[in-house]
Design a protein around this ligand. Sequence first.
Ligand code: ARG
Length: 264
Amino acid sequence: MNTRRTLTLIAGGALALTASACATETTTTESGANVVADGKLTVCTSLPYEPFEFKEGNDVVGFDMSLIDEIAKANGLEKAVEITGFEGIQSGQALNSGVCDVAAAGMTITDARAEVIDFSDPYFEATQALMTQDPNIKSLEDLSGKTLGVMSGTTGELYAKDNAPDDVELKSFEDLGLQTQAISNGQVDAIIQDNGPLLDYAKGNDKVQVTAEFDTGEAYGFAVKKDGNDVLLKSINDTLAKIKSDGTYDKIYEQWFGTAPEQG
Ligand code: ARG
């Protein structure tokens, strides 16, 4: 029993090594950026996260995907999407093992993450929000003795751990879809998640509402492999600056949020 477990571990370790050794081979574009698949800008994202990334038929669409389209275009590349878990994106595992060139996942720029991946300039501001069925639950204190659904590996989970009273029971979910399902069917008393996707969900679901926003001052960034793709990173930042100044960013924003961005 013990021996078998050891053997399996060794075999698993060897496989993982081989897989990452192959996966890190890249080809170089004319601009000098390294990409994992010839002619493509391969993007890792985590679904569902409407309106940032979600499925429409067979396509993955959303605000992040439209921005990435612009970055792909600027590099003469075609966008290819790899759907992965959020944990692997924020831990750097997906990028650093060569699954994709860039991660676009409504991901908040944090110091801890910046140690394992390289972030672009910020492209979107966000804050944490609370969604409930009960309009009287308006704060983490109101959840005393109740349950709060968090998404594993997110800034919302960290915020809840740091700020919720000790007698709030945190329940972990793998993704936003499972979180919204849990609040809709009454499995939890509230969920915490970024304001963008929660406000979007509440618009189409009368049973729930966003009752609080916490001013966490978050900013989303795209990410590339740590110290591994400066040319691509620069081109991401250049493209973001260009589409912000020529109105493309605003057009894409309106397409997915229905309003022009607030001038700030
Ligand atoms: N902004 C939050 C974070 O960085 C949540 C991101 C979740 N993104 C997703 N595509 N599911 O932790």
